[in-house]
Design a protein. Structure first.
Length: 51
């Protein structure tokens, strides 16, 4: 599961790096935007674990 989520994250980062400004890439790679993916993974994990 983590491999899939991180694979999507890396693909999005590659697209952002190729087609957008450096600040956008840094937001999603270093900034608070990077927390979106870990929160998404945690929510899915909690749903699957406790259902």
């Amino acid at each position: 599961m983590a491999f899939v989520v991180n694979g999507v994250r890396v693909a999005i980062l590659a697209i952002l790096h190729a087609y957008t400004a450096e600040a956008t890439f840094k937001y999603w790679h270093i900034g608070t935007g990077s927390q979106v993916f870990s929160n998404f993974y945690f929510i899915i994990w909690r749903i699957l674990l406790f259902n």
